[in-house]
Design a protein around this ligand. Structure first.
Ligand SMILES: [Zn+2]
Length: 207
């Protein structure tokens, strides 16, 4: 097997048209190469043999590398964005759920103040409380919206608020309804506690 080095050298010789063996400058063409007219040394056709080999396309190689780099960059960017999104999402307080306004349920009533009915009271979904030991804070999820509740039952008769976080609890308010439609004490009351930041209902009670 002729090594590439020799092939290259032969190419140079053939270019100079001088036989490596005898120095003759006369050749005749045969299949796949040339033969020296004098000593008969065979020179494989350097040009054609090179063309027959599957050539390494350097232009493609150059194209593949930047493509891989771009792909990796895009993948990394997507992963980074996902992480940022998840971190932001975990820090963000979850938003309140809406209150079911099924009329038959809302009309059911027994001894509730003002516009309150048994149905409304039962439909008020209280948030699930989670305690995060890492930051010693409570968080609330899937509670109903206090804003929506006020639209159903009107403003409370009294409100107590905790403007500051304490014992890991977020700033919150407790709203109480204890009067009937004629603004007289109803003899019963509903108390709703909600997160002051998110307006999510975190507790309820009825006496
Ligand atoms: Zn020769």
């Amino acid at each position: 097997m002729t090594s590439r080095k020799i092939m290259v050298r032969m190419g140079i010789i053939m270019k100079n048209k001088e036989c490596m063996n005898c120095g003759s400058t006369n050749f005749h063409r045969i299949t796949n190469g040339c033969k020296c007219d004098y000593c008969g040394t065979f020179y494989p056709d350097f040009e054609s043999s090179r063309q027959e080999k599957p050539s390494i396309d350097y232009t493609n190689r150059k194209n593949i590398k930047p493509n891989i780099i771009i792909m990796i960059s895009i993948t990394l960017s997507v992963i980074m964005l996902l992480i940022v999104f998840l971190v932001l999402k975990s820090n963000e307080e979850s938003t309140p759920q809406s209150i079911s306004t099924d009329i038959t349920q809302l009309k059911a009533n027994d001894k509730f103040p003002g516009k309150w009915t048994k149905g409304i009271y039962e439909n008020v979904v209280v948030a699930t409380k989670y305690y995060d030991a890492n930051n010693e804070k409570y968080s609330f999820e899937n509670g109903a919206s206090y804003e929506e509740l006020e639209k159903l039952v009107g403003k409370p008769d009294s409100v107590t608020t905790w403007e500051e976080e304490d014992y890991g609890m977020p700033p919150r308010a407790t709203a109480t309804w204890n009067k009937n439609k004629d603004n007289e004490y109803a003899g019963n009351s509903v108390t709703i506690t909600y997160n002051k930041n998110t307006l999510m209902i975190t507790d309820k009670s009825h006496y």
